[in-house]
Design a protein around this ligand. Structure first.
Ligand code: XMP
Length: 524
């Protein structure tokens, strides 16, 4: 394992991604992490960049114990400053000269120091890197040597003469640093001697063992599934680990997609053999949504009602388990992914309190369930790879994300059964045509939104006065920023004419050409 200590840089999670891509398991923890509190022994440590400068009064520093472990250390950007600070007897002499953008990195050959060249092994002698920093070094600590320079920084990469401590000014984790991946792989595999054995194959066996050890011989687990990839993958892992002692619950909230409930029953229940029960609560949800038009109120109603329904069902399952002699429900499955974990543990500055991990909103508090999160170490693409290995269909594995509040937040204004019918049908046709055009995997998320406005149209000889469907399709990697998707006009034409002809109540289609920011992906 490589330990990445986060000083709050916007790129910290990318370091984690790159090391994982090299097949090496790593964990990101805040820079304030105490070495004595670690529950694993790292083979190497990476210090991230930071919005701070080492010269700031409140500049963050790592636990000095990391330098006594005698394992390889790599400092990146602020991490370089931190290494110079520590090895230069806490001196903070820096030149204030910011540098952003591309630079040519020129690598020196330091044959006389055995470990010096390992970081840039197989890297071109002159290679493009990405710089983004406010300070650079004017001097380096005694006992360090320069292994690379750029035009504006004489100390773009340095190494200790006596131990495998490296520090670089550029960001190898961003794709603009063309050979950055090689640099990080060199560090993890050649310098730290980590094995490249972090594969989803090995993950499955280890995770199943871990789940069995946690749950024990008798305990049972309850978890909500939605038909999305995360909850399905988590459910299949549970099924493999403890069979029918895992109880999956699908809450039909009345605002899922067309035929979705039946589909989930078929795939999770029949095909994947998961012990699944479906609770039809659509009347309860739609009843509570009656007359409500405020987006936030809709979200709250759906969230709270979901908790009520899920809790009631969990208590029922618990009773049944106890009566049948099976173990009581002791755990709650959550499909938390690594980005959520990072978000809650990453370094937010010395004064900011670190958010407590994952808010389950008091779900099932009275049952005192323990959380079980089999995906908490994984990124989304790793979950997809895992899903494929677990035999889940491509269709499900590559499904676009779907928000918890469902199409209720894609029906602007009041959510009535008839509005649900229109929004569902239009969305179904839209997605069907996107798939037919072979564009589904190119688009990160697509959906139809139903607008509460009517416009005049003409159909045959008749005047119509009906509603508008807005089509949304975006491309994004992280859903924090997104660009609207450039459809071929012919595809839009077909979608538009099909929806208008087939969906009663719609006579106009518009395409949403707003990016995020300033718009959001969803309309509410
Ligand atoms: P926005 O609209 O904020 O959406 O740009 C970003 C991503 O988050 C999804 N989303 C949700 N997912 N519960 C969810 O599980 C929610 O309440 C929710 N709201 C938005 C949205 O679909 C998009 O993928």
């Amino acid at each position: 394992t490589i330990l990445i200590l986060d000083f709050g840089s916007q790129y910290s999670h990318l370091i984690t991604r790159r090391i994982r891509e090299a097949g090496v398991y790593c964990e990101l923890l805040p820079c304030t992490q105490k070495i004595k509190d670690l529950d694993f022994v790292p083979k190497g440590i990476i210090l991230s960049g930071s919005p701070y400068s080492i010269t700031d009064q409140d500049a963050p520093h790592v636990d000095p114990a990391i330098f006594e472990l005698n394992i390889p250390i790599l400092g990146i950007c602020y991490g370089l400053q931190e290494i110079c600070y520590v090895f230069g007897n806490n001196s903070t002499e820096l030149a204030r000269k910011s540098e952003y953008g591309f630079a040519k990195l020129e690598i020196n050959d330091l044959a006389e120091i055995p470990h010096a060249n390992a970081l840039f092994e197989s890297v071109e002698k002159s290679t493009q890197v990405w710089m983004s920093h406010g300070d650079h070094l004017d001097t380096i600590p005694e006992g360090f040597r320069v292994i690379a320079t750029t035009e504006s920084s004489a100390y773009a990469a340095i190494v200790s003469e006596t131990r495998p401590v490296y520090a670089i000014q550029f960001h190898p984790e961003v794709t603009h640093s063309i050979e950055g991946k090689t640099v990080l792989r060199n560090f993890a595999i050649n310098i730290c001697a980590c094995s490249a054995n972090w594969t989803m194959d090995s993950f499955i066996d280890k995770e199943i063992e871990r789940i069995r050890a946690i749950v024990g011989e008798t305990g049972s687990v309850v978890g909500a599934v939605s038909g999305g990839v995360d909850s399905t993958v988590a459910a299949v892992l549970m099924k493999r680990a403890i069979g029918d002692r895992f109880h999956a619950v699908l809450v039909d909230n009345g605002v899922m997609r067309l035929n979705e409930c039946e589909q989930v029953k078929e795939t999770l229940g029949s095909q994947l053999g998961i012990n699944l029960r479906v609770v039809d609560a659509s009347d309860i949800f739609l009843g509570k949504l009656k007359g409500v038009t405020d987006p936030e109120k809709k979200r709250k109603i759906i969230g709270n009602t979901f908790i009520e329904v899920f809790e009631t069902e969990s208590h029922k399952i618990d009773e049944e388990c106890k009566n049948s002699g099976a173990g009581k429900i002791e755990f709650l499955l959550q499909g938390t992914l690594y980005p959520d974990v990072i978000e809650s543990i990453s370094f937010k500055g010395p004064s900011a309190t670190i958010k407590s991990h994952h808010n389950v909103g008091g779900l099932l508090e009275d049952m005192r369930l323990n959380l079980i999160e089999p995906l908490r170490e994984l990124f989304k693409d790793e979950v997809r790879a895992l899903g494929t290995l677990l035999g889940i269909s491509d269709e499900l594995v590559w499904r676009h994300p779907f928000p918890g509040p469902g199409i209720a937040i894609r029906i602007l204004g009041e959510v009535t059964p008839d509005q649900v019918r229109i929004a569902r049908h239009a969305d179904y046709i839209y997605i069907e045509e996107i798939k037919k055009a072979g564009l589904y995997r190119k688009i990160s998320q697509a959906f139809a939104a139903l607008l509460p406005v009517r416009s005049v149209g003409v159909m045959g000889d008749m005047r119509t006065y009906e509603q508008v469907i807005a089509l949304r399709a975006v491309e994004t990697t992280d859903f924090m920023t997104a660009d609207w998707f450039e459809f071929p006009a012919s595809v839009l034409k077909r979608i538009s004419s099909r929806i208008i002809n087939e969906v009663e109540g719609v006579n106009r289609i518009v395409y949403d050409v707003s990016s995020k920011p300033p718009s959001t992906i969803e309309w509410e």
